[in-house]
Design a protein around this ligand. Structure first.
Ligand code: ADP
Length: 409
């Protein structure tokens, strides 16, 4: 029972083919630099070497055709019709899409209509869906939304204190992102705690190039740091996170910058990069160890912001069973975990320095013995979560005879 997960961005299309019977990854890879003069395919089959080759992928259609070709060549998928389903990662589901949904023409139009909310992501996601529907018209395709896990935020947490009509007329509110990752690690954390998901309170920290914190009460997201867009919240690789919004007006008025310069500055020239010139935490840690003051400052700022969110979400939740670190930085940077937890003993948060420093790719607890709050490091697996949600959505549609199984597209 094969499920293909597609994550189509503006310049790349990532894929992973699962055999759901054994939860096995049969193949994974990406077409990178879509639209450039020479694109690149990176493909890895189960137990095989990586293949890296130059390909012509002037658009998403060509890129997805290359993916079908390489899966066919390597025998992982002889024919797209062999697929049980395709799961698409879609960044923004707005208020309409609160759960994974079987893709129909009306769903696709709905996702397209959300493009003003996610101009960098939803158009590419839609392009991927359109092409996949052409390549595998008989296969059920499911959209899994980054925003969906946060559908349970209460009104007082998702509304901004702006004129209410801006919410009603334009959908201005907190949506939150990284939901698939927060959902996956919340499930894994419950398993590590030996409890049902609806019995646990967690603070989940997805720390990658983009970063977000989520407060999870009884297994449900009740607050999250990203907002209308992924710009709000933690200090990220190149995004500033929380700032006084008047900074943007001030910059625009300063005469130094046009509107687009302000937007670009906050999105791609700020965060860690804005402070120290680099956004890869490995590089920043090396520079900090070599005495570069700005690199140390950038890490201090990122950790301080995480710590503030841990404090705030502890107040939101009242009782916290575990704080979960995930994402490339959360899983790998002992220094960021240590910096974020430093001085939080009063909240029952205390790291075991040795456990924290030990390298491992497994889910693990790095809290000091006897600390009230468990500190988990859990490798995220968004594709696996998308594959499982896709299977569940197709099964539910099969059960519900009123749902269109064949695509009305
Ligand atoms: P994305 O948000 O792009 O999905 P990831 O979750 O893959 O990002 O995280 C990427 C980031 O993880 C890199 O920019 C790098 O800063 C960080 N990272 C990866 N490995 C390590 C490591 N061993 N130590 C510290 N940071 C790391």
């Amino acid at each position: 029972m094969k499920v293909l997960v597609l994550n189509t961005g503006s310049s790349s299309a990532k894929y992973r083919l699962f055999d759901m019977r054994g939860d096995l990854t049969l193949a994974r890879g990406a077409v990178e630099r879509i639209g450039e003069s020479e694109s690149r395919l990176v493909h890895q089959a189960r137990g095989g070497d990586s293949v890296v080759r130059a390909v012509a992928a002037p658009d998403h259609r060509a890129a997805l055709a290359k993916i079908v070709d390489v899966l066919g060549e390597t025998g992982a998928l002889r024919n797209p019709d062999e697929l049980h389903a395709v799961g698409h990662r879609v960044v923004h589901g707005g208020e309409r899409f609160c759960a994974p949904v079987l893709i129909t023409r009306s769903v696709l139009e709905g996702i397209e209509a959300l493009q003003p909310l996610a101009p960098l992501h939803n158009p590419a996601n839609c392009a991927g869906i359109e092409v996949a529907l052409e390549l595998a018209p008989q296969v059920p395709q499911v959209a899994v939304f980054d925003t969906a896990f946060h559908r349970t935020l209460p009104r007082h947490a998702y509304l901004y204190a702006l004129p209410y009509r801006l919410y009603e007329d334009l959908g201005v509110r907190r949506y939150g992102f990284h939901g698939t990752s927060h959902a996956y690690v919340a499930g894994e954390a419950a398993r590590l705690l030996g409890r049902e998901l609806d019995q646990v309170n967690l603070i989940t920290l997805h720390l990658g190039n983009g970063a977000s914190a989520t407060a999870v009460r009884a297994g449900r997201s009740v607050d999250t740091s990203m907002g209308l867009t992924p710009l709000e919240g933690l200090v990220m690789g190149t995004r500033c996170g929380d700032i006084d919004p008047a900074v943007a007006f001030y910059l625009a008025r300063s005469g130094e910058m046009e509107y687009w310069d302000v937007e670009r500055t906050l999105l791609v020239e700020s965060g860690l990069k804005g402070i120290c010139g680099a956004n890869d935490v490995r590089e920043i840690q090396r520079r900090a160890e070599n005495g570069q003051d700005r690199a140390a400052l950038a890490l201090d700022m990122a950790c301080y912001r995480i710590k503030k969110y841990i404090g705030a979400y502890t107040a939101v939740l009242g009782r916290v069973d575990a704080v979960v670190f995930t994402g490339g930085v959360g899983e790998n940077s002992a220094a960021v975990r240590a910096g974020s937890c430093a001085g939080l003993e009063g909240l029952g948060i205390s790291l075991d320095p040795e456990q924290n420093a030990a390298h491992s790719t497994r889910a693990r607890d790095v809290a000091a013995a006897g600390a009230a709050v468990r500190l988990f490091v859990i490798p995220t697996d968004e594709e696996k979560e998308i594959a499982h949600q896709t299977m569940a959505c197709v099964a539910a549609a099969d059960r519900d005879s009123s749902s269109p199984h064949s695509l009305d597209i």
